[in-house]
Design a protein around this ligand. Structure first.
Ligand code: FE
Ligand code: FE
Ligand code: MG
Length: 165
């Protein structure tokens, strides 16, 4: 832990660490939901859908990396077990039990919308007190907004394709 680096964040540091850990649980669950979704996807444009899901999986893992590093910098302990991902999650996990592309897209769009809310709250929580975490959560929020739009664009293309078929 960096003592001065922790001190400048102020009195809310434990609350912040908890929020970051909850987001860390979300990211691991999102990672797996995307990764396994890319494997099992079926239906129209499955190649496009699978490639996008796999790209997002990689990006969620990148978010987990950023969060864990920042938690350690702040003197916290990143979640140590997968059980904790479930205990701490804000956004949950939706298994791709019905692997049809439109169902997968809808599940993952819902996850992104939840992630956008989580990072929006973190942006507000840190904006006046902790520029380092603020910059990190703002960049993650920007990615989640892009993820939602990417998935909604594919959803729209599938709809258009069906309408014109
Ligand atoms: Fe993420
Ligand atoms: Fe995302
Ligand atoms: Mg993308």
């Amino acid at each position: 832990m960096g003592t001065k680096g922790r001190e400048i964040v102020g009195k809310d540091v434990d609350k912040l660490i908890e929020m970051l850990n909850k987001a860390l649980g979300d990211e691991w669950l999102a990672y797996y939901q995307y990764w396994i979704g890319a494997k099992v996807a079926k239906g129209p444009m499955r190649g496009t859908v699978a490639a996008e899901l796999l790209q997002h999986a990689t990006e969620e893992l990148g978010h987990a990396e950023l969060l864990a590093n920042r938690i350690i910098q702040l003197g916290g302990t990143p979640l140590l077990t997968p059980e904790d991902w479930y205990k701490m999650t804000n956004c949950g996990y939706e298994a791709p039990e019905e692997p049809y592309v439109e169902v997968l897209l809808a599940q993952n769009i819902k996850g992104e919308q939840c992630a956008i809310e989580v990072y929006q709250k973190l942006v507000h929580f840190t904006k006046d007190s902790d520029p380092v975490t603020y910059e990190m959560v703002l960049s993650i929020l920007t990615d989640e907004i892009e993820h939602e739009e990417d998935l909604q664009a594919i959803e729209e293309d599938i709809k258009l394709m069906k309408e014109r078929a």
